[in-house]
Design a protein around this ligand. Structure first.
Ligand code: ZN
Length: 351
């Protein structure tokens, strides 16, 4: 089922329909779920529904034609504030909320939300990338969340509850979004021309973990190639392959010159490694890979992991490393230590 062209989130639609029918719309929501599953598109569609000039709130059926609907689509609606972390920044900048130095408290989201709605109905703010709200930004937002202007709706969008500051989290109603079903991803990658063949569609859908963002990433030939090489080398790690850390570092650096972009790339690499070790564990119990020929081939060539505990420890080590990336650890040191530790753990698994 799809709602207004948005796939896979019918339960959330139903929840909002119940809330709106009862006339009990809270002022602040926190949308939680993995990236690339349509949370932002959902928030925009909800905004369109709540501002449509021809449709009642509880219908959740924006007409798509009225000036208000069209302005939401064009992201030019005077009553919708949509903000996100700029790609080259580590946090959502302070001025997003309270204006720059010359216009403090006279511009920005908090100021705009306190104004009367142009259309008379309500003001809606969508704060994407809420994972990247720092203490300073959160403090600015707090007053708006504590004393929301009448008829205002604020939607924060993040990937996990743990990544939100407690002061923010405690003031929001939490709405959880699930990853998209594999079938939905397959339909979307094929319909959007991201995959060309049936095999490719199947592989991308399998790799996506229910996220379109991931499916698109894995459609890049460089990443697909690097993934194969990474997994192959991980399988031979006990041979102490030279230059491995440098190669990983070079691939991460190629993502771009801005640190936040490189950090995302490194987390992706660590995630690929974690998945590989998980599959190495599954393979011990005869679990077969479907839809991912590259992984199937690499696993066939990988050594039989005798010591399951050591392989499980490798998974953990990759997840730890992902957290270290978030804690801004030095990239080169992190990669070297990570590979060293994996090599030591894998020594024990050699048949
Ligand atoms: Zn409309």
């Amino acid at each position: 089922m799809s709602w207004q062209g948005i796939e896979g989130h019918d339960q959330v639609v139903e929840r909002f329909r119940r809330i709106l029918t009862g006339g009990r719309l809270a002022s602040t929501f926190l949308f939680i779920g993995p990236g690339g599953i349509g949370k932002r598109a959902f928030a925009l569609k909800l905004a369109q529904s709540l501002l449509c000039e021809r449709s009642a709130d509880e219908a959740l059926a924006p007409c798509g034609d009225c000036p208000s609907c069209q302005q939401v689509v064009a992201q030019s609606h005077p009553d919708v504030e949509l903000v996100a972390k700029p790609k080259d920044k580590s946090f959502i900048p302070l001025e997003t909320f309270i204006g720059d130095r010359e216009h403090r408290m006279r511009e920005g989201l908090c100021h705009n939300m306190a104004l009367k709605p142009h259309g008379g109905r309500r003001k809606i703010a969508i704060i994407d990338d809420a994972d990247y709200l720092n203490q300073e930004g959160a403090n600015c937002l707090l007053k708006t969340l504590e004393e929301p202007p009448p008829n205002s709706l604020i939607i924060l969008i993040g990937t996990s509850e743990q990544r939100q500051l407690p002061t923010i989290r405690s003031r929001c109603q939490i709405v959880r979004f699930k990853p998209l079903p594999v079938k939905v991803i397959a339909t979307l990658v094929s319909a959007n021309g991201i995959s060309q063949t049936r095999g490719e569609t199947e592989a991308l859908a399998t790799l996506s973990d229910g996220s379109m963002e991931r499916a698109v990433q894995f459609a890049e030939p460089e990443l697909a190639e690097f993934r194969q090489e990474l997994m192959t080398r991980l399988g031979k790690l006990f041979e102490r392959s030279t230059g491995f850390a440098a190669d990983v570092g070079a691939f991460v650096d190629a993502a771009g010159k801005d640190a936040p972009i490189r950090r995302e790339r490194l987390k992706l690499v660590l995630g690929i490694a974690a998945d590989y070790y998980r599959w190495l564990l599954h393979a011990r119990t005869g679990h077969e890979v479907h839809g991912d020929e590259v992984l199937a081939r690499v696993l066939q060539q990988s050594p039989v992991a005798r010591d399951a505990d050591a392989v499980a420890a490798c998974v953990e080590r990759c997840l730890d490393a992902q957290q270290q990336v978030d804690a801004n650890a030095n990239q080169a040191t992190l990669i070297e230590c990570w590979i060293d530790d994996l090599a030591n753990l894998m020594q024990g698994t050699r048949a």
